[in-house]
Design a protein around this ligand. Structure first.
Ligand code: SIN
Length: 277
């Protein structure tokens, strides 16, 4: 069992950046020991770095919910069934009988909500012997790497996001799907930076465009995000690893390459604000 020293300020603890623009692993930190100020500092770091990783964070669901509440008001998933007594916890599980694994496509969490999620905190309990990594992509960098001409086209556009995916994953009826319209480029409320905000799981169309125009533009953007390896980073999970990411400026993709092995984790997510340009 690793030993930890208590830190008064998060800025004092060792950290390893995974790439210049995205992903930082914090060392010698126990989430359960952090006070309000340190959690605020952590949340700010997540918004700057997109995703923060911590290892050896053994905790109960109760404790994970408590840490989640310190990060913000907790979100309840519109379709998934929560474990008994924990309405805000999303179970992410794949086993030998699975025909799909949640999150195995590029996306930002539940962008079909009117106030889509801000931070997500995922803790894995069981991990496969190899594989099962998660990959994140910076939407700050995805936007910045486009030409100023393309950025000029995107700024001011609005996209429709729907929960249609919940029909196949959770059997949700079309009349119950959440639907929302959000700017294609949003300004992050903490960092003030602009980020691309369309994703292949939830974004169905660009408002005001003909279907072929919308498909062509979204197809280009989804490819740009999927193939942009220079603004991605990848995390190799261990039992009790935690990743906290900011859905307002990153997308993620859970890699389902471990079937028929199993993987189990629990996610809590905070409610964000309505996205604005
Ligand atoms: C998700 O939160 O969408 C899934 C992430 C993962 O299982 O790695």
């Amino acid at each position: 069992m690793a030993s930890y020293r208590r830190v008064n300020a998060l800025s004092a603890c060792p950290r390893v950046d995974y790439s210049p623009g995205l992903g930082t692993e914090l060392r010698d930190v126990q989430l359960l020991e952090l006070g309000d100020e340190e959690v605020d500092e952590l949340a700010e770091l997540v918004s700057e770095r997109g995703v923060v990783f911590l290892r050896d964070q053994s905790m109960t669901l109760d404790q994970q919910v408590r840490v989640g509440r310190m990060l913000g008001e907790l979100h309840t998933h519109p379709a998934a069934q929560a474990p008994e007594g924990f309405p805000e916890v999303l179970v992410l599980e794949a086993d030998p009988g699975s025909t799909r694994a949640a999150g195995a496509w590029w996306h930002t969490d539940v962008s079909c909500d009117q106030r889509p999620p801000a931070l997500s905190m995922l803790r894995l309990c069981d991990v496969p012997s190899s594989g099962g990594d998660t990959v994140w992509s910076s939407m700050y960098a995805a936007l910045d790497s486009l030409s100023s001409t393309m950025q000029g086209i995107l700024v001011g556009l609005t996209a429709r996001h729907t929960g249609a995916v919940y029909q196949s994953t959770y059997g949700m009826d079309a009349s119950e799907w959440p639907v929302a319209e959000h700017p294609v480029v949003r300004t992050h409320p903490v960092t003030g930076r602009r980020a691309l905000y369309v994703n292949q799981v939830f974004t169905s169309e660009i408002v005001g465009m003909r279907p072929r125009e919308s498909e062509a533009l979204l197809g280009f953007l989804f490819d740009h995000i999927a193939y942009g390896v220079e603004f991605q980073t990848r995390f190799r999970w261990e039992p009790d690893s935690v990743a906290i990411w900011d859905n307002r400026c990153v997308q993620h993709h859970a890699v389902w390459d471990y079937h028929p092995e199993s993987r189990l984790g629990y996610r809590v997510t905070t409610v964000g604000e309505r996205p604005v340009l």
